[in-house]
Design a protein around this ligand. Structure first.
Ligand SMILES: Cc1ncc(C[n+]2csc(CCOP(=O)(O)OP(=O)(O)O)c2C)c(N)n1
Ligand SMILES: [Mg+2]
Length: 323
């Protein structure tokens, strides 16, 4: 059951978990990892529709950043959103039902993971398309005086979208409390970053007068500590920040479209954030947290299976224009 006091606040939920910071971060990462591994199996078995983009290898970003947000804040995610959503919403059963196209999914089984709307969480698969929305919503929170801020995730390849620069310009000009997080996994589908992007990533934020920085890490605790001050400064100053996280994707871009050199991927397994954190924990704790997460994923799958598909006669209820 969901707890209404923590439903919209990743921070309150994280603070209410028991165990050390490492243990709590691990519990969330093992949930994301097992959830996505199950998704990939279900796809292979022909039980999921559309497509899916897993964040295997990048889980440390979601847990390291979003656990600093509270119920006032808004998250804008992209095609690679499962980890972001599971930290924000902690509702694997709703995401699983959505991925299976079931009524009772996050958006009635009609949107899939690239059209999530859940409290303050939004995802969209059009690269860069949601970045201006993040600036606008951050500005709205500022004008309403709620103290809320927005976080928007984009990939290295999405720095090739012109609208991102319009959004950076207005965020700085208007002082919008928005944190731009660039998850630089060094590939845009099958194009390596050196063939997709000229110049320096961090300099892009600085060019607009936005305080900008970077971290190279897949260590969830390190990322969690790094972003504590960054999130606090967006909230306190009401100004944007631009932060690049250099990471690596250990799975396919979506389901089976990986053109990267095998040796490169294998060499990067040493930075896999899940075992990296597990090595610092007591093995019995890791076993318990893995088992708990596995149980939740199985329950999510069983719940989703038990639901019906949406009734075609209710299609119009899902249209924004019908509201
Ligand atoms: C406007 C637009 N163009 C193309 C695509 C197809 N597409 C989906 S993800 C992707 C690569 C994105 O790369 P990056 O921004 O680095 O994110 P990553 O997939 O690495 O997380 C592309 C080309 C899209 N979704 N939207
Ligand atoms: Mg990328």
């Amino acid at each position: 059951m969901t707890d209404p006091t923590t439903e919209r606040s990743p921070k309150a939920r994280f603070d209410s978990l028991s165990g050390s910071v490492d243990e709590r971060l691990y519990s969330q990462m093992t949930l994301i990892r097992q959830f996505e591994e199950r998704l990939l199996q279900l796809f292979e078995g022909g039980e999921l529709f559309g497509t899916t983009h897993c964040c295997i290898g990048q889980e440390a970003d979601a847990v390291g950043i979003l656990n600093h947000l509270d119920e006032r804040d808004i998250v804008f995610s992209n095609h690679r959103c499962h980890g972001h959503f599971l930290v924000y919403g902690d509702r694997p059963e709703l995401l699983m039902a959505e991925m299976m196209g079931k009524a009772g999914g996050l958006v009635g089984g009609r949107g899939g993971s690239q059209h999530i709307c859940y409290h303050g969480f939004h995802s969209n698969g059009v690269q860069g398309g949601i970045v201006p929305n993040a600036v606008g919503m951050a500005m709205a929170e500022k004008l309403k005086g709620t103290g809320g801020m927005a976080v928007v995730f984009l990939g290295d390849g999405t720095l090739g979208q012109g609208v991102v620069y319009e959004a950076l310009n207005l965020a700085s000009l208007w002082s919008a409390p928005v944190l731009f997080v660039i998850e630089d996994n060094q590939w845009a589908q099958s194009t390596p970053v050196e063939k997709e992007l000229a110049g320096d990533m961090v300099a892009r934020g600085r060019a607009f007068g936005i305080r900008s920085g970077e971290i190279t890490s897949t260590d969830a605790s390190e990322i969690y500590a790094h972003f504590a001050d960054i999130v606090a400064s967006v909230r306190e100053t009401g100004r944007p920040r631009f932060e690049v996280v250099h990471t690596y994707r250990l799975c396919h871009h979506s389901k089976s479209d990986d053109k990267r050199p095998r040796e490169q991927v294998e060499a990067r397994r040493v930075g896999d954030p899940v075992p990296l954190l597990a090595r610092r924990l007591d093995p019995s704790v890791v076993a318990r947290l893995d088992a708990e997460a596995g149980r939740r994923v199985t329950e999510a799958e069983e719940h989703a299976r038990s639901l019906p598909f949406p009734d075609p006669s209710t299609l119009e209820d899902s249209l924004v224009s019908a509201r």
